[in-house]
Design a protein around this ligand. Structure first.
Ligand SMILES: [Zn+2]
Length: 674
């Protein structure tokens, strides 16, 4: 999911909050959340959300609370209704109703799951134990991959970045148990706590699968040291953001010569991939693996493969494994206190596993066609507003403007759900076979992905499920995508005034559009090819503007000494700064945008900005803040609101921001890109 992950509005929402807000009184701006003791011109985010922030307690099962999580909770309740209703009837074998219902039932069958313990993974452990040399090691790595049980090989099949109408397999760096390579080398106390929790976790997994305490402790050290050697050759999150530096199309024949231990021809054949060339996204990683395969004893590799396998599967085994996983993933990494109820976790797994099968049932029951037509209208208005902004840019030449507008009008727009659904007819789902169900769905997904190799790209494909509360821009498709899940209040409500919808979902649309023109997106042309369409001078000016954005965000402190990483978050920040400006211009084209009539005591412009601050209201545990600063390309929610507004003239007018106010920036220093 690398390519798609890099362009999300927010990272995958593995986070849910306490209570959902009911919109029965038709108040689309939640006035009660305002903290009037704070000047909007000093801290607009806390002015709009302060009362909510101060009274909100993060639920023990969560790492955060906020608007995204409220919607997620509402969506989860809707999904639960689907499962409850499905359970009332019997369904014909092989229908999506049967698959979804029985998958959920199998996940809820904790009696069977607990009784089995780690029985389901024993065949995989036996295979690992039978490894005798590099060749048999690579056999296990490759065949496990066909069920998405990954170790150090990361496979992603999508459009060739330099020939975007054809699919190409890409091999990216992977194989670590900690969230990111930097965790293996940082020595601060917070990182050490996470590392200790991770080692405890692996130790527990080894003991749960038959090791005694002494052996487990010794083996954890071996695994950790190997992972650290793998991490040493990984690129940093910032280095991964450079598309050109992560594209290396190579002939398989050459790879066989340069990295013989991996045995590319055999590996590809075992992975069911027929191709002469592949993209090695990060050659350094594969070169490192190639040499580690000679220098590391097979017995250490076996331990490493066991650790990788067990960490991927722990959440789907008996409760001992689930609890061990929670101590690390839930508590240490995310600051959660308590495991979520089983049904919530199984709903999430069903969505991840039978994505569009469940998605069909979700949209049938919960998606309204009116929302889709309103959304398409909003998108069109934003596109027009964006075009005008490009026309008025004072730093860009006419030649580049023509190309930019061409790209803008080539966007594929996807709203709600796919026009055609994926095929699940080969997936076998049985009520009492949770583990096999997961494997069957994984194999179906894997086979679908590898079937694309050598084929033309199908641009109707979706990268998110319909119920997902998120959105994305995909540079190789040049598309903006808004699943049904995000088309809910406070982002969007068909009954809300335009200020609310343009400040909410309008900003999200503008944000995704701007991704087509952020420091990464701008390197892809209208057809999704990594191909420069800029004049030299314009490109240089654009890069200068990017540097100013990096400097601005580097200055924001989050926790004690932790500050935002301006280089990691550059693309998202450009998208936020552009997104709010485009949404505002589009809002000004509406009747309310031209009006001055106050609602709840606020002008249309003020409501627009308040809606923007309202969608990003969030409260996060320190643990998850630290984790995201290291790995998340998005800035923390408060800065997603504050920084763009500090640079946006109409906000200064709407709230009368003056010199001396904390949000004030001298006019010549304000950043304006798009
Ligand atoms: Zn984004």
């Amino acid at each position: 999911m690398k390519k798609i992950l890099m362009s999300l509005v927010i990272m995958v929402l593995a986070i849910v909050s306490c209570k959902s807000d009911k919109q029965t009184d038709q108040k689309f701006l939640t006035i009660e959340n305002i903290d009037s003791s704070i000047k909007p011109t000093d801290n607009f985010y806390m002015f709009v959300n302060g009362n909510w922030y101060n009274k909100t307690v993060i639920a023990p099962t969560e790492s955060s609370a906020g608007a995204f999580l409220d919607i997620y909770n509402r969506t989860k309740e809707n999904l639960k209704t689907i499962f409850v209703d499905l359970a009332k009837e019997s369904h014909k074998e092989g229908t999506v109703e049967q698959q979804v219902a029985d998958f959920y039932a199998s996940g809820m069958d904790t009696v069977t799951i607990d009784k089995l313990g780690y029985e389901p993974v024993k065949p995989y452990l036996t295979k690992i134990e039978a490894i005798t040399d590099t060749k048999s090691l690579m056999d296990v790595v490759s065949t496990n991959q066909t069920q998405y049980l990954t170790s150090f090989v990361g496979l992603w099949i999508s459009a060739d970045e330099k020939n975007s109408s054809m699919n190409l397999p890409s091999f990216y760096q992977t194989g670590l148990g900690l969230p990111d390579r930097d965790y293996y080398f940082k020595t601060d106390a917070a990182t050490s706590n996470v590392v200790n929790a991770y080692q405890t976790y692996i130790n527990k997994l080894f003991q749960l699968t038959g090791s005694d305490a002494t052996t487990a402790a010794k083996n954890v050290e071996l695994v950790y040291n190997l992972e650290k050697q793998i991490a040493a050759a990984h690129l940093t999150n910032v280095e991964l953001r450079d598309p050109q530096a992560n594209y290396h199309k190579m002939a398989v024949a050459d790879l066989n010569k340069s990295m013989p231990n991996i045995g590319w021809t055999t590996m590809l054949s075992q992975m069911k991939i027929k191709t002469d060339s592949v993209n090695i996204s990060q050659p350094k990683h594969y070169e490192n693996i190639n040499s580690l395969l000679s220098s590391t004893p097979i017995s250490t590799w076996q331990l490493y493969l066991k650790a990788r396998l067990l960490t991927q599967i722990a959440d789907d085994l008996s409760s001992d494994f689930v609890n061990a996983s929670f101590d690390y993933n839930g508590k240490a990494l995310s600051g959660k206190k308590q495991l979520k109820p089983r049904w919530e976790r199984v709903i999430q797994t069903t969505d991840n596993t039978l994505n569009e099968a469940l998605g069909q049932l979700y949209v049938k029951k919960y998606f309204n066609a009116e929302a889709k037509s309103r959304m398409l209208e909003l998108i069109d208005n934003l596109q027009k507003a964006f075009e005008k902004r490009i026309d008025h840019l004072d730093w860009m030449s006419a030649d580049t403007k023509v190309k930019a507008k061409e790209k803008l009008y080539t966007f594929i727009k996807k709203v709600g759900y796919p026009d055609k659904w994926r095929d699940y007819s080969k997936v076998v789902i049985k009520k009492d076979q949770y583990f096999n169900n997961l494997i069957s769905a994984s194999e179906n997904e894997y086979n679908f992905q590898v079937s694309k190799v050598g084929q033309a790209v199908d641009r109707t494909e979706w990268g998110m499920t319909p119920s997902t509360v998120n959105a994305y821009y995909n540079p190789t498709f040049n598309e903006i995508v808004f699943p049904a899940g995000i088309l809910q209040f406070p982002f969007f409500d068909p009954n809300a005034d335009d200020a609310i919808n343009y400040g909410g979902i309008g900003m999200v649309i503008g944000h995704e559009m701007t991704h087509g023109f952020d420091d990464q997106g701008a390197q892809y042309d209208k057809d999704g090819n990594l191909k420069n369409w800029w004049t030299k001078e314009d490109e240089a000016k654009f890069k200068e503007k990017g540097k100013a954005v990096i400097n601005l965000y580097n200055g924001f402190t989050v926790l004690d000494t932790v500050h935002v990483n301006g280089a990691l978050t550059l693309g998202e920040n450009i998208a936020d700064i552009g997104g709010i400006a485009i949404a505002y211009d589009a809002f000004k084209l509406t009747k309310q945008g031209k009006d001055t009539v106050k609602i709840d005591g606020f002008t249309p412009d003020q409501r627009f900005f308040m809606s923007y601050a309202q969608i990003w209201r969030a409260k996060l545990k320190d643990e998850v803040v630290r984790q995201r600063i290291n790995t998340d390309p998005h800035s923390p929610p408060s800065y997603r609101v504050m920084a763009p507004l500090m640079n946006f003239e109409p906000f200064y007018k709407a709230f009368n921001v003056k010199e001396g106010d904390k949000m004030f920036i001298v006019e010549k220093d304000r950043i304006k890109i798009w």
